[in-house]
Design a protein around this ligand. Sequence first.
Ligand SMILES: [Zn+2]
Length: 152
Amino acid sequence: MSENMPQMDQKDLDYFESLLLEKRRELVASQAEGDARNQKDLGSGLAGYSNHLADTATDYTALETTFDLQAREGKHLVYIEEALLRIKEKTYGVCKVCHKLIPKARLEAVPIATKCVNCKEQVKKKERDENRMEMARAFAEQHRMEQANGNK
Ligand SMILES: [Zn+2]
């Protein structure tokens, strides 16, 4: 954005790039494993379908949970790709809110972080406040509707 934007040292960028590549490799491997497992479960589930109706229901719940997990992991993969892109653009490790360098300890814990802890907390707090306001609005609206219906 401006020439005042801080930038991580190249050796740090390299370090986090290898960290992210490693995470991506793990994630892709676990996803492939999950796919193989799902296919196997589906097969055995169908084979025992007629005499194990209750079991099958449980199987499907487990299956859905696995899919949810995979959807989350899929999103995580997108975050990793984005982080790798930021490394190439040398904007990685800079908080996108306050434009200060994110402490390395935080990036080691959360390599896909785009905000420093302070800014993340503030965004979260803002979201919470907005949710509360949204709920209050919905509640007021519901109350108004009930009043209107009651007056009919
Ligand atoms: Zn910040």
